[in-house]
Design a protein around this ligand. Structure first.
Ligand SMILES: [Fe+2]
Ligand SMILES: [Fe+2]
Length: 286
């Protein structure tokens, strides 16, 4: 009898490569293995995951003006419509599924309706005055989400949550790479000065975790603790708990590197800038 060969054929290797490139789906997550007892009493985790699930699921609300802004550039608009938006919405669905599995009493759909109603007027956010600067600013957003999910994945006491957030973090890093490539494309065309790029990055950095976070947390809190308003003291306590969980796992080097990239600094300047930015970037961790 002919021995069975285990060596991959060229066609088999190509198939494996294609399979590896396939984007993950909710079916790839072993939901049955969620260790509820490790997370269900963890308030900081609950607030962060519930808030993230709502924000991600609302991506379509604040995408329309971005796609319109790049109309005429089919490469960018088709990537935004066909890859970026579906992937962000999938993050929302997967995190929602985790919330519903782990905290089944949380009325996710009801909370989403209330959140969307209040959040909608904030979605027509101001875009940068040039396409290149807008792309640099999008790099900051993706840096924030990539760092957040990387941190969450490292901090998670539940292996399923760690896996899920790692998958999402990988997507966010890939999104960053696309936005960075598009930034370079428009940098060639528009030739922005570094003195214009740095303020665009800073503007976006300052926006991260502002009004949006407060709105979403208010809705999550109202459902979690009915009748108890999210006052300043409660918000500060919540913030402290989240920071305590996340800070030891914050991927500071990755974050700083990603934030600095659009500035194309020389190695010496970069060495001097890293410690300063390391402090500033902690702002983007919820
Ligand atoms: Fe996302
Ligand atoms: Fe993203």
């Amino acid at each position: 009898m002919e021995p069975v060969t285990l060596a991959p054929t060229a066609a088999g290797a190509a198939r494996a490569r294609r399979a590896n490139r396939r984007h993950w789906s909710l079916d790839d997550i072993p939901w049955h293995a969620v260790q509820r007892d490790q997370v269900d009493r963890h308030e900081a985790l609950f607030y962060m995951i519930a808030a993230a699930s709502l924000m991600e699921s609302a991506t379509d609300l604040y995408t329309a003006n971005l796609i319109e802004y790049f109309s005429g550039d089919d490469e960018i608009t088709s990537w935004l419509k066909n890859y970026w938006l579906p992937e962000e919405l999938q993050h929302g669905r997967a995190l929602r599924h985790y919330v519903e599995t782990t905290w089944p009493d949380f009325p996710w759909h009801k909370v989403r309706d209330g959140f969307v109603e209040e959040f909608r007027p904030f979605c027509d956010e101001a875009l940068e005055r040039a396409r290149g600067l807008e792309m640099a600013s999008r790099c900051v957003v993706e840096t924030g989400t990539a760092s957040f999910y990387t941190c969450l994945s490292r901090a998670s006491p539940d292996p399923v949550l760690a896996l899920l957030t790692r998958r999402i973090a990988e997507d966010e890093v890939r999104h960053y790479k696309h936005f960075y490539r598009f930034y370079r494309k428009y940098r060639e065309i528009e030739q922005p000065r570094r003195s214009a790029v740095a303020p665009a990055l800073w503007r976006r950095l300052r926006m991260t975790g502002g009004e949006d976070r407060l709105i979403v947390l208010k809705h999550v809190h109202a459902a979690r603790r009915p009748g108890m308003p999210l006052d300043r003291r409660t918000y500060r306590r919540m913030h402290r708990q989240c920071r305590a969980l996340m800070r030891p796992h914050f991927p500071i080097e990755m974050t700083v590197r990603m934030l600095l990239k659009p500035l194309a600094l020389g190695p010496r300047t970069q060495r001097m800038t890293v410690p300063i930015l390391a402090t500033l970037t902690r702002r983007i961790v919820p």
